[in-house]
Design a protein around this ligand. Sequence first.
Ligand SMILES: [Zn+2]
Length: 66
Amino acid sequence: MSDTVYHCDLCHLPVEVNGFTIQSSQGEKRFCCEGCKGIYLMLHGDGEDNQATQPPDHTTRGRTTR
Ligand SMILES: [Zn+2]
């Protein structure tokens, strides 16, 4: 085990649980939870598979975090 502490790339809290990691074009990104990973992917669109699940633009306003 190393004592390197990673911080969530979204909320910057220390990452205590491994497994919420993605490989982006900018390198490895680590997140503290599934929610942060999902939000990051939604914001940046990184990832291996680009899912065609984005809603039309006129429905994206009015919702911030879940
Ligand atoms: Zn987080």
